[in-house]
Write a new protein. Structure first.
Length: 403
């Protein structure tokens, strides 16, 4: 008998018919003699709808109350799925995050899982029940409800799999696995049979929402093999693991991220310590900076341009204004017109020329590059948002042969 963790995202439980479909997948797994822990997200667009409801009442709602509100989406899903499983004649118990033992940090709306104490889940399993757990939520040291950030249910599932040493962790979604690009946008996208943690982590961080990046980080840390597959078809999915068989693909995925802001400080003094002051302060406030560019300005000054997630644009501007050398300086923020497009693949580490191929693909589409950043396994460019889809298609066509 194996212990299997199965996670179902919002589209997999979007309506009554889909909930019954999930109940059938779960009970089939149970009927084969396995212990089954199921993690679910809020139905369909519930989380977005709840955010809109909050805005109608208070544009600046506190993060504590947002967590109270948003966690309700998952509460609905676990109850409905438990009812569906019961209807099929199987023993079942639904649990909220805190009941399932999720302790998190205190940071509301983007809490981190500190510990999972699966005692209650174990008790329920020992009673031969299927356990349905609300994803995306936990409780902090003040006994307040927290949520893990958008897409956080994936992380809930991997955390349970890690804490309970599950034999399998399956993430069911609305596509058949991880593809070389978003299969809804790029029609020649190819399903990958396997991908490494490192590649998946880059893809997830750079915009492929199929897995939440924290879930991949956690899977790598605890060596949980994750299978991404469809709840709607019964096709084999993609395995996310430490090493994969060598394939001849230099680039394993192309992604875009439109949740980006480009910020420029013009004419800062050309003296030591400026970059330290800017990026030290941003780091202290937990703001992650991505591409950084420094150029020489006029009259012994320099211009510093960098990107942050657009969710952090407002806070970043406030912090920059508070620095001791920025009064009177021009600080620009564009969080509407830029996008980051990236190519990811472990193969590029040992193959020169990948960047050149990518830049040629953009040139042939007449797409201008504003900023570039590279690491061993990825190349990202910042471009005009209106060119993003064309850029993804062109880069994909340059690297991934049509099947
Ligand atoms: P869920 O509700 O199951 O959590 P998400 O909407 O969070 O599902 O993630 C699945 C979606 O991710 C797919 O519908 C697909 O459009 C998108 N996606 C983006 N990039 C990729 C990729 N490289 N491979 C697969 N899906 C991708
Ligand atoms: N319901 C949450 C969201 O929409 C969590 C998740 O789907 O994983 O972000
Ligand atoms: Mg998701």
């Amino acid at each position: 008998m194996a212990l299997i963790v199965q996670k179902f995202g919002g589209s997999s439980v979007a309506n009554a018919e889909r909930v019954m479909n999930v109940a059938r997948i779960v009970t089939e797994t149970y009927a084969q003699g396995n212990d089954v822990v199921v993690v679910v997200s809020a139905q369909g667009d519930t989380t977005d709808d709840l955010i809109e409801k909050a805005k109608e009442i208070n544009e600046k709602a506190t993060k504590r109350e947002m967590d109270m509100l948003l966690s309700a989406g998952e509460q609905i899903s676990i109850a409905l799925l438990a009812m569906a499983i019961d209807k099929l004649g199987y023993p079942v118990c639904s649990l909220l995050g805190w009941q399932a033992g999720f302790s998190t940090s205190s940071r509301h709306t983007s809490a981190r899982i500190k510990k999972v104490n699966p005692e209650r889940i174990r008790q329920e399993l020992s009673q031969k029940r299927i356990v349905v757990v609300a994803g995306f939520q936990g409780i902090n040291k003040y006994d307040d409800i927290t949520t893990l950030g958008r897409g956080g249910s994936d992380t809930s599932a991997v955390a349970i799999a890690a804490a309970m040493h599950a034999d399998k962790c399956q993430i069911f979604t609305d596509v058949e696995g991880v593809y070389t690009a978003d299969p809804r946008k790029v029609k020649n996208a190819v399903k990958l049979s396997e991908i490494t943690y490192d590649e998946m982590l880059e893809l997830a961080t750079l915009g492929a929402q199929v897995l939440n990046n924290r879930s991949v980080e956690m899977a790598k840390k605890y060596n949980v093999v994750v299978e991404v597959l469809s709840s709607l078809t019964r096709a084999p999915g993609t395995l996310v693991k430490e090493t994969v068989k060598m394939e001849k693909m230099l680039v394993r995925g192309v992604t875009k991220d439109t949740n980006v802001a480009r910020i420029s400080i013009i004419g800062v003094p050309n003296v030591p310590g400026i970059a330290y002051k800017i990026f030290g302060k941003l780091a202290a406030e937990n703001i992650n900076v991505d591409i950084i560019l420094q150029s020489v300005g006029r009259n012994d000054t320099k211009d510093i341009t960098f990107t942050v997630s657009s969710d952090h644009a407002e806070d970043t501007m406030r912090i920059l204004r508070e620095l001791d050398f920025t009064s009177g300086l021009q600080i620009d923020c564009d969080d509407q017109n830029v996008a980051k497009v990236s190519a990811v693949g472990a193969g590029m580490e040992t193959h020169p020329g990948v960047a050149a191929t990518m830049f040629r693909a953009l040139f042939e589409e007449d797409i201008n590059i504003q900023m570039i950043s590279t690491s061993e396994i990825k190349i990202s460019v910042l471009i005009d948002k209106k060119d993003a889809d064309a850029a993804v298609a062109a880069i994909h066509a340059a690297f991934i042969p049509e099947e």
